[in-house]
Design a protein around this ligand. Structure first.
Ligand SMILES: C[S@@+](CC[C@H](N)C(=O)[O-])C[C@H]1O[C@@H](n2cnc3c(N)ncnc32)[C@H](O)[C@@H]1O
Length: 415
């Protein structure tokens, strides 16, 4: 019999959630996923993937990628669509990892429907394959294969494993990998404001808590029965301890190249308020910012700083991010309604350079839209740019401590 999580994923595939990318107001591929989360993942991966690709090119080799809990191949889309340069404005985009530099992409997933759908979507690419495997026990699949250059995971696949299964999986990977292989770990972050009740834990069993993908159903028939299943939530410090444990167990040198928090104020469950009824549906509002011909009430973006629970490390960071976020939103609103000016921001000298930069960007965007009076500049230019400016605050201020919906770590193996 299928487990609850596999039933959830089976239904999601059947509904078409895993078919293709399309930006929208809700659902799996909403605008935040497309314009914030995927892009942040690419942006963070870029320098490390560039270095790896260059080294393999020097060795005359193509890259081998293993995707752990691959869904229908979202990882392939992520790694092959990273632009080599910012401000690449020409018609042809130069990618860090062009598709013809991939020797093999093998996706492993527990859910047979995912595997079948992945094989269907990528039917025309013979080097892209999907296989059913349980990461908790089927790693012989990996051992039979030649080493991979990237052991990838995305969007919290690895939170489905408890710690002991994850450690065993990573030991197998460390032993199997090449010199310079990258391991991308993607978890749910424990300190997200989406689930403050999960912050305080003492024991390992308490780190495994209830989760559901109810956000996929929010606009659908309310009669759908939503599955709940246990997942492991992680902090940045625990990822550091995990890597130390791996080094001890395997004697392989593993270094954390980067940890980062993804979707700190825009997690999926801000919309459902399922685990924190005090939240506003911030993600849905940000999705609106990115939607053409749709105006957004910017006051819906203002976040109440009192929602942050006490915590010596996390609360000061979240307070600062929320303060910067609110200043930017308030300024944009005033600039649109009253023609406010940056000079009126009295605390300007105390603002971080990230906030100053974001404010200057919005000020300039609004100043420059006069030429487009017939094209609905508020909805089509200013609001999406506000979305990107808010995104830049999250990206530049995050610290990889586990206070986003997602916590990602990029590891490198040296042999
Ligand atoms: C949140 S989805 C992420 C899918 C995809 N990586 C993405 O970026 O959208 C988590 C995936 O992990 C898979 N999964 C859960 N437990 C697993 C296990 N024990 N072994 C292999 N895959 C598993 C699920 O079937 C699902 O496809």
């Amino acid at each position: 019999m299928q487990s609850k999580e596999t039933r959830t994923y089976t239904e999601a595939v059947k509904r078409g959630d895993y078919d293709r990318y399309s930006g929208n107001l809700f659902g799996k591929y909403d605008n935040v996923r497309t314009y914030w989360e995927d892009q942040l993942t690419r942006f963070v991966l870029r320098p490390f993937l560039s270095k790896l690709v260059a080294h393999r090119q020097n060795q005359g080799k193509k890259l081998r990628i293993l995707d752990l809990g691959c869904g229908t191949g979202q990882g392939y889309e992520l790694v092959t669509k990273i632009d080599k340069r910012d401000l690449d404005l020409g018609l042809q985009r130069d990618r860090v990892l062009p598709e013809d530099e991939i020797e093999v992409y093998l996706g492993l997933d527990l859910c047979q429907e995912m595997v079948d759908k992945g094989n269907e979507i990528f039917e025309c690419k013979p080097n892209v394959n999907f296989r059913r495997a349980d990461l908790r026990k089927d790693m012989d699949v990996v051992k039979e294969e030649k080493p991979f250059d990237i052991y990838f995971s995305s969007y919290a696949s690895l939170s489905h494993l408890d710690k002991s299964h994850l450690v065993q999986l990573l030991i197998d990977i460390c032993n199997h990998s090449n010199n310079e292989s990258l391991i991308i770990l993607d978890f749910l972050g424990r300190y997200s404001i989406e689930w403050p009740d999960y912050w305080k834990v003492e024991t390992e069993p308490e780190k495994i808590r209830d989760y559901s993908m109810s956000y996929l159903y929010s606009e659908l028939n309310q009669d759908v029965e939503i599955e709940h299943f246990p997942v492991r939530f992680w902090t940045g410090t625990e990822v550091e301890e995990l890597v130390e444990e791996l080094i001890m167990e395997t004697k392989v040198q593993v270094e954390i190249l980067k940890k980062y928090d993804r979707s700190i104020l825009t997690g999926r469950h801000t919309d459902t308020q399922q685990y924190n009824p005090k939240l506003k549906p911030i993600r849905r509002t940000v999705n609106r910012l990115h939607e053409d011909y749709m105006r957004t009430d910017l006051s819906e973006l203002i976040i109440d700083a009192d929602i942050v629970p006490d915590h010596p490390k996390v609360a000061p960071f979240l307070d600062e991010l929320i303060r910067s976020w609110n200043i930017l939103v308030n300024f944009c609103q005033k600039r649109l309604e009253e023609n406010a000016s940056l000079i009126e921001l009295e605390d300007w000298p105390e603002f971080s350079s990230h906030l100053q930069f974001a404010l200057m960007n919005i000020d300039r965007v609004i100043a420059d839209t006069g030429w487009m009076w017939y094209g609905e500049p508020r909805a089509n230019i200013i609001e999406p740019q506000l979305g990107y400016a808010l995104r830049s605050l999250e990206i530049n201020m995050q610290k990889g401590i586990g206070c986003g919906h997602g916590l990602v770590a990029i590891l490198e193996v040296t042999k």
